[in-house]
Design a protein around this ligand. Sequence first.
Ligand SMILES: Nc1ncnc2c1ncn2[C@@H]1O[C@H](COP(=O)(O)OP(=O)(O)OP(=O)(O)O)[C@@H](O)[C@H]1O
Ligand SMILES: [Mg+2]
Length: 306
Amino acid sequence: METVLSVESVNKIYSGGFQALENINLSINKGEIFALLGPNGAGKTTLIGAICGLVNLTSGKIIIDGFDHQRDFRSARSKIGLVPQELTTDAFERVIDTVAFSQGLFGLKKDIEYVDKLLKDFSLFDKRNNKLMTLSGGMKRRVMIAKALAHKPEILFLDEPTAGVDVQLRESMWEQIHCLKERGVTIILTTHYIEEAEKMADRIGIINKGKIVQVDEKKSLIKRLGQKTIQIAYDGSLEGQALQDLQSIPNLKLDGQLINYEYQSTSAVEEVPKLFKVLVDHKIPFSEVESKEKSLQDIFVDLVRE
Ligand SMILES: Nc1ncnc2c1ncn2[C@@H]1O[C@H](COP(=O)(O)OP(=O)(O)OP(=O)(O)O)[C@@H](O)[C@H]1O
Ligand SMILES: [Mg+2]
């Protein structure tokens, strides 16, 4: 697999002394969709800003399609399109001019046909002569995506692309992002939504408190998220065969008057009845039964502890 972006030992300490990124190492494959998943303040926007040259590194190195992003800034930057989290637009500018402008910025010849094509792809063609202030929020976000693509970048960064976007538009954006991938664009997006990472990404990186705590194929991470726990409070004491039978169940832990049993949601039908069969066979009296899902937060806690 070809690496299109590598982030090596990157640290960012803001001028006030706050460390927003701590020893970040990340390697992005050409043509993949990579989701950076993490809570508010985790460092997602800072990391994207660092890669795109908006945030100065305190230390470390970033190579974009073979170009060092500090030494060969212009070449490196021309490979990248960025849709920022905070949309800053000139309210009086027309849609078509906004999108066409960034072609010139990166030294490309004006290619109005390509701009028209982008506007059509993002269902903005009939609004092309509108001033930005007359568009809805979701439309503005689409303008920003078209603008970020106007210089035909190889890597597209989308910082919270679907924040504040309605469900229907969100799905259509997911489709458009998949189309870009099919055209060979590498995509890195940030999100808080597990669902979004699940729908979109080939790989997911979890970032928390400025550290990448896990990078994994989507499938294996989702499997971890599918882990559930049943907690059963039993009465009396466990001994003899009853105790042995319970202890022979994998992923079961006894904790005082509680039985904690972890299982995969995908195999609940086979796994959970085994536990209840032991309880019923040995007539173990139990009162409370509680089922808990692992949240992303639990996974953060687990990963940080590991
Ligand atoms: N210019 C700055 N000066 C000082 N601290 C900053 C600056 N910009 C960001 N930070 C801090 O760095 C941390 C990471 O912020 P960042 O914007 O990267 O988070 P994020 O993961 O993008 O969060 P969100 O999901 O809310 O967008 C936060 O604690 C933030 O307060
Ligand atoms: Mg952010």
